[in-house]
Design a protein around this ligand. Sequence first.
Ligand code: NAI
Length: 343
Amino acid sequence: MRLDGKIAFVTGAGSGIGRGSARALAGAGAMVVVSDRNGAAAGLVAAEITGSGQRAEAMALDMTDTAAIRAAIHEVITRHGRIDVLHSHAGIQIEGRLDQVSPDQMDASWVMNVRSHFVAAQAVITQMQAQKSGSIIITASNSGVQYDAGMIAYAVTKHAAVAMVKQMAKDFAKDGIRVNALCPGFIDTPFNAGFERQMGGRAGLEAYISTAIPAGRFGTVEEVAAAVLYLASDQSRFVTGLALVADGGNVSDRALKTSLSGTGFLLRLLSAFRFGSRDGGRIAVRLVFSCHAARHRGSRTMVLAVIVRISASAPVRCRVREPVQCRRRSWFGPGALRSVCAA
Ligand code: NAI
């Protein structure tokens, strides 16, 4: 995937995923503007890139400053005559539930996680329309396509970022401009420092990740940068409006567990009856119970799935898909499982 001759602009590029993105884009041949609120950090990343023979410029840019964003992007377009890739990456995470987050904190989340991307995209759009090409990549999060307990400001604003991406993608597809959202899961960067403290240190955080994430580990900056490179390059030229989730299976795992509860249970039960009765008169009953403890980072989510099949020829079979680990007493706890098996 080559980006030779392209001009790319990355925000929040002094550290973590933004730094990885800048390095990957430059490695593919683009001239990268490495911008960050921390101008010194941006300078170090740009120096790393130029030190390895690639092209980069550093820029101090605070993404809460609308006038500064407009001026910075205008200056880059004027100097280079074009802009091909905008990776608007800088964001903020404020934890808490409705009763814990102040209106000012909600506003701050909106300013960084939605408004800053809006302003940056607006600053490049006229030039990209004139070029009839461009790739805008906005960093959301896998919290932009699922929900986390106690994360109202983060989840709401990241969902809004994904919604904004889809709207922009629709509005500018005919201009040859693609807009996609990058939705990482846990990536090993300083961004997770607060959560690490909550988990009692690095060991606690790693223990959590090893059980909560299907891949059993953090993602790396390089793995996410590869996704950015794909979205930036012509290899994804027919891809727009996508929320590209790179999270070691976290979102799909949760969706699977959700489908095993509530409405999903009823639908599965009904379909089991339908298909069972068509199948030579056999009655197949599939019972799926789910047991959720508090869904919060740091506590396990417990799902109990029991499948019971009844047919004229076969004995009752019972299979437990996942270990039963109910903290709270409930009618579908371990005792209930035994009685189902014995039925
Ligand atoms: P990081 O902490 O390694 O780097 C963030 C960079 O953004 C820093 O260099 C910082 O100086 C800069 N920055 C902060 N405020 C800024 C502002 N107002 N203007 C310009 N630059 C600013 O963090 P990382 O891992 O790169 O994550 C940042 C983004 O990635 C956020 O949007 C976050 O929501 C998203 N993300 C990160 C995940 C992770 O596990 N690391 C997971 C999901 C999403």
